[in-house]
Design a protein. Structure first.
Length: 64
């Protein structure tokens, strides 16, 4: 489960970075991207990121 949390955190972080980069790109052209109007992509990226962080925190490091 810890590995799943790490993967979810990475996927969410990548989606957040891509969302922010696309926002900066569109704003520099004077447009507001429609995906930020209803913000479903940002909400899903935040969901994946924080779900992954919570899994990593909940399951912690494996003991050997």
């Amino acid at each position: 489960m810890r590995m799943a949390g790490i993967v979810m955190t990475l996927v969410g972080a990548v989606a957040l970075v891509l969302s922010v980069l696309s926002l900066f790109n569109e704003m520099s052209m004077g447009r507001f991207p429609p995906m930020f109007d209803n913000s479903w992509m940002v909400i899903m990226a935040l969901f994946w990121f924080f779900s992954g962080v919570s899994l990593v925190v909940a399951f912690g490091k494996e003991s050997k």
